[in-house]
Design a protein around this ligand. Structure first.
Ligand code: IMP
Ligand code: MG
Length: 174
């Protein structure tokens, strides 16, 4: 039977988002920042984060999908919705809910680099160090978690659980 084991409660999430926002605000002081959310998983994290940032912020979104067997993540990433904004000469911050193998992120970074941003960094609320491809660059990481499937605070299983206000391990998915 499908069940949830709480992993990170909503106060811990809120405290971490504040901490990340403070670091980002400090690092981009006096500069404009283009915050790029990776749909759909990042929507709650991005919403909470941008409210706490004090540089001048603009927001855009991309949506990607990885095809093939996820357990042997091919890195075959397709852009389903590209950016609206031209990122040339902009400070770009990619916002991810979770970085698992890091292949999605690597693809996005390589693509965005070809568009010559002024700077390009990544913030991810969660990261699974056990499976992360070596050399994956993530400038701001919220929580390092074990290699378990998690849901909530934007993260889904078959489109469900995104609205949970906390993060939980999903046991025995149906
Ligand atoms: P990666 O390319 O292996 O890093 O996969 C990243 C994407 O897989 C994330 O952006 C999520 O959409 C999805 N994903 C990876 N792990 C989880 C999880 O534990 N729960 C929900 N989605 C996940
Ligand atoms: Mg995602």
């Amino acid at each position: 039977m499908e069940s949830l084991t709480p992993l990170i409660d909503k106060d811990q999430v809120a405290a971490k988002v504040q901490e990340l926002a403070a670091r980002i605000t400090h690092d981009y002081e006096g500069q404009e920042l283009l915050v790029v959310g990776v749909l759909k998983g990042s929507f709650l994290f991005l919403a909470d984060l941008v409210k706490l940032l004090s540089p001048k912020v603009i927001v855009d979104f991309v949506q990607v999908s990885s095809y093939g067997n996820r357990s042997i993540s091919s890195g075959n990433v397709q852009i389903r919705k590209d950016l609206d904004i031209n990122i040339e000469d902009k400070n770009v911050l990619i916002v991810e809910d979770i970085v698992d193998t890091g292949l999605t992120l690597r693809h996005l970074r390589d693509l965005f680099e070809t568009r010559r941003p002024r700077s390009l960094k990544v913030v991810s609320l969660l990261c699974k160090p056990e499976v992360l491809a070596p050399g994956t660059q993530i400038e701001y990481v919220g929580f390092e978690i074990p290699n378990k499937f998690v849901v909530g605070y934007g993260l889904d299983y078959a489109e469900r659980y995104r609205n949970l206000p906390y993060i939980a391990i999903l046991n025995d998915p149906d």
